[in-house]
Design a binder for this molecule. Structure first.
Ligand code: ACO
Length: 471
């Protein structure tokens, strides 16, 4: 069956049904509005395919994740991150010659322009590393101008710059945060070793690489390298569709990832486990609270996976390996294991298909590798950069790509007469405006604007504290 029929107002409209490689179906509604005058509504795009893509396949019901056809389990066990980055970008696993050449290009592209280092000085010491990363990646556009018409060679260089320099900027941001001098990348080191060295060595001490930690971080990056049309990747595609500069495009992906509903969840898991430990609970009390909706079991549940998240299974095994080393005592892992065991026997979680997701164990891996808490989402961004670039590259080559421009259903006021300023009495409050205001401030406590620096006497802020600038 490759047609769907929509009956609206007694008129039937036939729509094409597309079938993907794995048999998944999608109704093509591109001509719906011009044929019927109506659009579809799908807030949060949970039921909307925004593109066709050959990068990643995901089946949430069966717990399947594949990059370019290769199961994530096999890639995590047998490939390194750089190899996976190449696969995502160019569609095939590299030959050893291609891999050497790609690795060499990444190494040659790892230094950021020296003048960019001065930027770091201007940020406050308490600046969140994700804020620095978003800004610095966007500013790469000014140091490495991209030609209007980009050929394959220029594209290869841009990709190498981003994959390699996101990592360098991430490490420099951390050094800025702790007040130590930046450590430059080294041609002698591989991708992950290079990152760890930039993070943890200093002019007074060398960093000793631990092969288990290197493998754990490499695997973390592989597992986060792509996840089809998630929030940040869709952002990348949306911004990229306007043909914006590629550095700005990737910076927009980083900004989307920063949100705690997206890349920030692995931090929340560690915070949750630490608070459980501190309260003397072994996890059981917390589970009961979660069932009463008084708490949320972070790292559990997923919008797409309705059974196990294959990435969580791999990370759990990795945790066992990393945290069972002699002398390592990790009470948070013990609590995590107890919580998982209890939740997977509990009807509340089973009936709602709530299983551990990638974030349940990834924070423990990063913590074991001594990655600071505020850097967790940054590590996610390093891992996701090849995925974002693969989607950007795929989009550039698709001749059907148009500027992303969704429609809406307007629910604001109908046409009304303009009221001159001197005739406006008490502020007008339409029901919709009131509802919107209530929703935007309800229970969040986050809406209050905060001024970081005191205002000089007699000055107003840029929004016009006394309201006069609105006149
Ligand atoms: N703990 C307790 N109950 C939960 C949880 C949880 N972690 N997740 C969902 N539920 C419950 C909901 O309360 C709801 O119960 P109800 O049917 O009695 O109302 C039911 O399960 C369905 O939940 P939804 O919120 O509708 O599920 P949705 O698919 O919209 O949300 C999400 C998915 C956001 C991931 C959610 O499961 C969650 O908040 N998990 C914790 C946060 C987290 O780990 N996020 C990382 C996701 S992975 C990633 O982004 C890389």
């Amino acid at each position: 069956m490759n047609k769907a029929v929509l009956n609206y107002g007694g008129v039937e409209t036939e729509l094409d049904v597309l079938t993907g490689t794995e048999g998944e179906k999608g109704i093509d509604i591109q001509k719906l509005r011009c044929r019927t005058g109506i659009v579809t509504l799908d807030e949060g795009y949970a039921n909307t395919g925004s593109c066709t893509s050959a990068v990643t396949y995901l089946d949430g019901e069966k717990g399947i994740l594949r990059y370019r056809g290769y199961p994530i389990e096999e890639l995590a066990a047998r490939s390194r991150f750089v190899e996976v980055a190449y696969l995502l970008m160019y569609g095939e696993l590299p030959t050893s010659k291609q891999l050497n050449s790609f690795s060499g290009l990444l190494n040659n592209s790892s230094l950021i322009h020296e003048d960019m280092r001065h930027f770091f000085l201007a940020f406050p010491n308490y600046a969140h590393p994700m804020g620095l990363l978003t800004t610095m990646v966007a500013s790469l556009a000014t140091f490495y101008p991209v030609p209007e018409e980009m050929g394959d060679e220029e594209e290869r260089q841009v990709i190498a710059n981003l994959v390699s320099q996101v990592r360098t900027i991430a490490a420099f941001s951390y050094k800025k945060f702790i007040g130590e001098p930046a450590v430059y990348p080294s041609y002698r080191l591989r991708f992950v070793e290079n990152f760890l060295n930039m993070m943890f060595s200093s002019p007074v001490s060398n960093y000793q690489q631990d092969p288990d930690v290197v493998k754990a971080i490499d695997t973390f990056l592989v597992l986060h390298a792509d996840h089809e049309q998630n929030c940040s990747t869709s952002t990348v595609r949306m911004v990229g569709s306007s043909l914006a500069n590629v550095y700005a495009v990737i910076s927009s992906g980083i900004a989307a990832l920063w949100g705690r509903r997206h890349g920030g969840a692995n931090q929340e898991v560690i915070a949750m486990l630490a608070s459980i430990l501190e309260s003397g609970d072994d996890g059981r009390r917390f589970i009961e609270n979660a069932k009463r909706k008084e708490a949320r079991l972070m790292g559990f549940g997923h919008r797409v996976y309705r059974t196990f998240d294959p990435r969580a299974v791999i990370l759990k095994n990795l945790c066992h390996k990393l945290l069972s080393k002699p002398g390592v005592n990790n009470p948070l892992f013990d609590i995590a294991l107890k919580i998982e065991e209890a939740a997977l026997k509990d009807d509340y979680f089973l009936s709602r298909n709530l299983y551990p997701n990638v974030d349940f164990y990834s924070g423990l891996i990063l913590k074991a590798a001594n990655i600071p808490y505020d850097m967790f989402t940054v590590l996610f961004a390093i891992g996701r950069t090849p995925g974002w670039l693969a989607h950007w590259r795929e989009m550039r080559r698709n001749e059907n790509t148009r500027i992303a421009r969704p429609r809406q259903i307007y629910v604001g006021p109908a046409l009304r007469n303009y009221i001159p300023l001197d005739k406006r009495g008490a502020p007008q409050t339409s029901t919709t405006a009131m509802r919107e205001r209530e929703q935007s401030t309800a229970g969040s406590g986050r809406f209050t604007p905060r001024r970081l620096l005191p205002m000089p006497p007699g000055e107003t802020n840029s929004l016009g504290e006394n309201g006069s600038e609105f006149a």
